[in-house]
Design a protein around this ligand. Structure first.
Ligand SMILES: NC(=O)C1=CN([C@@H]2O[C@H](COP(=O)(O)OP(=O)(O)OC[C@H]3O[C@@H](n4cnc5c(N)ncnc54)[C@H](OP(=O)(O)O)[C@@H]3O)[C@@H](O)[C@H]2O)[C@@H](O)CC1
Ligand SMILES: [K+]
Length: 531
């Protein structure tokens, strides 16, 4: 499912008319019908469309037009529909026009009895800040909702006041419980503050022929996309079928990282996991991770950094690599000069191997922190490397730039840097971005505060390594990792809530979300999300 800017949406509509004769009224008819269908399918269990009181706020453009068609559909299905037309200040209740002098009073009582308010005031044609009159109308709805939290607000195409290209919001914007966006999600929805105003996101169809979307390069991570790239599990398989992962992760102060990343690679379906560890650390891992195998590295020297010893460690690691399809470097490694030197040696060895012989590389956490201390570090990476910085790590990789966890400037930065660095860049944040060097972009909708806890990044890096080992191309492995990681978190937080998740709670959920994705039915046109 593509994500669009306003200009891209307009171009799609223009081409729909030009190439297929799908005029605006035709598209709008589909839009209103589809919004009504989604609305009815998503009614709360204790609601029935019969006698449901629905108040539509109708704006002056096509967004209002969508609302009118949706209203007509709901009325025919049995809902009790009222329409308030903002520009002309007209009100009809169940088809009956209300006399001018009664309108204010009737609007108040309509609001007080409404089960739902439908925001069809403004859509992608919003061209300026909301005027006071419209803000006042939205504030009346908000005032009613404060008194009556069960009043639900559904936005058509977008909540009025959201700037769909920038993710900014007007101060008068009314937070939606659900947004039924039309044709494609709009780019600003995935960035803050707008992300907080969307509620559950559903995507309605306006019957655009899919061929019109071939120029678009920004996609929403969803079940359909990820199902298509989930590795197949043929009956006639053995552990070699699903690839081996080597992890150069963990150190004495941070042993958990290697355990979490290795376990998640296994949970993502990789055939064999090997941890590259020193003899001293071996008992720690061997007692907690029974399924892993180990590559033993020479101890890190206590005192001065020695190139020779770093070389020995790197060599011990790379000698084990033939036959491995993925190498994860970084989580928990620490930032000693010796570790940095070892990483550089390993990178050099990888670059010297032919691309089809070397494992796919993913670098996370301290792997990135070590690199960020070096000039032009990206020239050291083999082709096709995946990097997974959080905003702090991204900032260090960009010469101490302040990188946002949520606002839209991170999108442009990620695209610029994925191209400049020639990497598959996973820029973590509330809505994580996955960007290829060519600028193809996938964005995760599923923000989840439960994931804001130590170790969840190690689990993500391990999952991506696990998918690389199963032969996925790096862009797909990174996308699948990001999406399934958030699905796993959703499963945990559906039980625990928003706080208290342990990174290790994610591990047993990973196979379950893969099973769900394969076996639950999914309609491309209507991706349902929880928040
Ligand atoms: N076109 C299609 O094929 C399809 C379109 N679809 C639907 O149409 C929507 C886009 O429609 P749209 O372009 O008519 O824009 P929309 O947001 O409804 O309103 C524009 C009007 O609002 C006015 N206005 C602007 N800002 C304002 C403000 N701050 N405060 C007050 N007024 C303001 C502006 O006035 P003006 O700037 O001209 O003075 C103009 O009159 C899209 O979101 C989707 O829902 C779908 O059905 C699919 C097919
Ligand atoms: K709207």
């Amino acid at each position: 499912m593509h994500i669009v800017t306003v200009a891209e949406m307009r171009e799609l509509e223009a081409q729909a008319e030009h190439q297929y004769g799908l005029t605006s009224p035709i598209l709008m008819r589909h839009a209103g019908q589809s919004a009504a269908d989604i609305f009815m399918a998503q009614l709360l269990p204790h609601h029935s469309i019969n006698d449901l009181e629905v108040l539509f706020l109708i704006g002056p453009g096509n967004n209002g037009g969508d609302g009118m068609i949706m209203a007509d559909n709901l009325a025919r299905a049995g809902a009790l529909v009222s329409l308030y037309t903002w520009k002309t200040h007209e009100l009809t209740i169940r088809g009956q026009p209300i006399a001018e002098q009664q309108i204010d009073k009737e609007l108040t009582s309509g609001l007080q009895s409404a089960d739902y308010v439908i925001d069809a005031l403004l859509g992608t044609g919003t061209s300026r800040p909301l005027n006071e009159d419209m803000r006042a109308l939205l504030a009346r709805v908000e005032g009613e909702r404060k008194q009556r939290p069960d009043l639900r607000v559904v936005a058509i195409d977008q909540p009025t006041g959201v700037h769909t290209d920038s993710g900014e919001v007007d101060p008068g914007t009314l937070r939606a419980d659900m947004t039924i966006t039309l044709a494609c999600p709009k780019i600003g929805f995935f960035f803050f503050p707008a992300r907080d105003f969307i509620g559950e996101l559903h995507v309605g169809s306006i019957a655009l022929p899919p061929t019109l979307e071939h120029n678009l390069s920004t996609e929403m991570l969803n079940t359909g996309l990820c199902r298509a790239s989930l590795p197949k599990r043929p009956l006639n398989s053995n552990k070699g079928t699903f690839g081996k992962v080597m992890l150069f992760c963990g150190s004495q102060p941070y042993p958990g990282s290697a355990y979490l990343a290795g376990s998640s690679a296994a949970r993502a379906g990789a055939g064999l996991i090997t941890l590259a560890v020193t003899e001293k650390m071996l008992p720690t891992y061997a007692s907690s991770f029974h399924e892993a195998t180990f590559a033993i590295l020479p101890e890190e020297p206590k005192s001065e950094i020695s190139r020779g010893q770093a070389h020995d460690r790197a060599q011990a690691l790379t000698e084990h690599l033939p036959g491995y399809r993925a190498l994860l470097m970084g989580p928990g490694l620490g930032q000693s000069p010796e570790t940095r030197e070892t990483i550089l040696q390993v990178l050099e060895d990888l670059r010297n191997q032919p691309p089809n012989k070397r494992p796919r590389l993913i670098i996370d956490a301290d792997g990135l922190n070590n690199l960020s201390a070096l000039e032009h570090w990206w020239t050291l990476l083999p082709e096709g490397t995946v990097i997974t910085p959080h905003p702090g790590e991204m900032g260090r990789l960009c010469d101490s730039l302040k990188v946002s966890g949520g606002s839209i400037d991170r999108l442009q930065l990620a695209r610029e840097k994925a191209r400049e660095w020639n990497v598959i860049l996973v820029l973590k944040g509330a809505c994580t971005l996955v960007v290829s060097p060519l600028g193809e972009t996938r964005i995760n909708w599923k923000a989840n505060p439960a994931l804001a806890t130590a170790g969840t990044g190690d689990v993500l890096a391990g999952m991506i390594a696990g998918f690389l080992a199963q032969g996925l191309i790096p862009f797909d492995a990174a996308s699948l990792g990001v999406y399934l990681h958030s699905c796993a978190a959703e499963r945990v937080s559906s039980e625990l809530g928003d706080a208290g998740l342990l990174a290790s709670d994610l591990l047993p959920q990973i196979p379950r979300v893969m099973r769900d994705i394969l076996h639950t039915s999914f309609e491309e046109g209507s991706d349902i999300t929880e928040r």
